[in-house]
Design a binder for this molecule. Structure first.
Ligand code: A2P
Length: 334
């Protein structure tokens, strides 16, 4: 196990952003407060300060961070920044954990939810991809069920928080709530509205965010045959993403065993009691690292299918926490 002290150098690329600043918070919470942490962002932010573990870090350029040969670099600065800089970190021996979509589909780059497939990381891997937020919470909720019954098909509809779009989207929602003018992150008002649209359009009428749920789920669960149909919606919420997930198994299942498997899944909380109106909501998951699962019930229209409702803080387990958890496992292994 590597020593977690001032000798360990960790760069956070995109440290001034919504996910990057949460990465700094989660690093501190998870015992990396004594490490030599470098905050990198765009040229616009150089010289600014960000808070970390009771001290102030001066924001540096990505080139400057590479020159310091950190042991690890955690990225959340968008796919083009990752494509440009992750290989340069890798060349100097840094292991990169990347939150963008740049490398997720590469066959030779592991795509990791640590509770499920940390074993996909080989000792010499230098770029590890962090999955999309909506994928992480869904695959964690169904991972043990897939192992036990085999999943044949998933139909998922998401209800995604504006935090997934970044700071500009939060500012749009807040300004619209107060009736103030604002530079828009979305083409439509988000306050008192929703749109069935996340990401860019594909030729088949789906979106990139919907396609990520398909491709990434298959890769993480190591099953290219799972059939998945996804609809992504953006809603005026900040605490986390919610998902209605219909799962059809290959085999008959026992509903009580399903609940037990979810409750026993590391990182998942079964939050499900209709008699007390107990079900997860964005306010349940906000600022939490776990994935919450409720409304688990048989699908009466299909004997091998069930429905569930899955909620997680998309900035934490959907992004920053998952990346830092990968780091924690690598530090133990290396
Ligand atoms: P900056 O604040 O200097 O623009 P968010 O998704 O919340 O908007 O955050 C994006 C993060 O990615 C920010 O930290 C942003 O830095 C950073 N970033 C954007 N473009 C670059 C770039 N070309 N090089 C490095 N960091 C970048």
């Amino acid at each position: 196990m590597q020593r977690i002290d001032e000798s360990m150098k960790i760069a956070v690329v995109g440290a001034t952003g919504l996910v990057g600043s949460t990465m700094l918070k989660v690093l501190e919470e998870r015992g990396f407060g004594s490490c030599n942490v470098m905050a990198a962002a765009s040229e616009r932010s150089i010289g600014k300060e960000v808070a970390f573990a009771g001290r102030k870090l001066k924001v540096m350029s990505v080139d400057e961070a590479i020159a310091q040969h950190p042991h690890y670099a955690i990225f959340s600065a968008g796919a083009s920044v990752s494509r440009q800089y992750a290989p340069r970190f890798a060349e100097v021996g840094t292991t990169v954990i990347d939150n963008s979509s740049a490398w997720r589909k590469d066959a030779d780059k592991p795509l990791v939810v640590p509770e499920i497939n940390i074993d996909a990381v080989r000792p010499n891997d230098r770029i590890i991809a962090n999955p999309n937020c909506s994928t992480i919470q869904m695959v964690l909720a169904i991972s043990q069920l897939h192992r036990r019954y085999g999943i044949h098909r998933i139909v998922v509809s998401t209800y995604q928080s504006v935090t997934g779009t970044g700071m500009k989207a939060i500012r749009q929602l807040e300004a619209e709530e107060q009736g103030l003018p604002v530079e828009k992150a979305y083409p439509y008002p988000i306050h008192r509205n929703l749109f069935p649209h996340g990401g860019d359009w594909l030729e088949d009428g789906y979106t990139t965010e919907e396609q990520k749920l398909v491709d990434e789920t298959r890769k993480i669960l190591r099953d290219p045959d799972i059939m998945i149909s996804a609809t992504v919606a953006r809603i005026p919420v900040v605490g986390g993403h919610s998902e209605s997930v219909n799962v059809e198994f290959k085999e008959e299942y026992d509903i009580n065993e399903v609940k037990q498997l979810i409750a026993n899944t590391e990182g998942c909380i079964l939050y499900d009691d209709p008699s007390t109106n107990t079900y997860p909501m964005p306010i349940t998951a906000h600022h939490r690292d776990e994935v919450f699962v409720g409304r688990v019930r048989r699908d009466p229209s299909q004997p091998k299918a069930l429905n569930m409702w899955v909620v997680a803080d998309n900035i934490r387990k959907g992004a920053a926490t998952n990346a830092v958890q990968i780091l924690q496992r690598l530090v133990k292994q290396r």
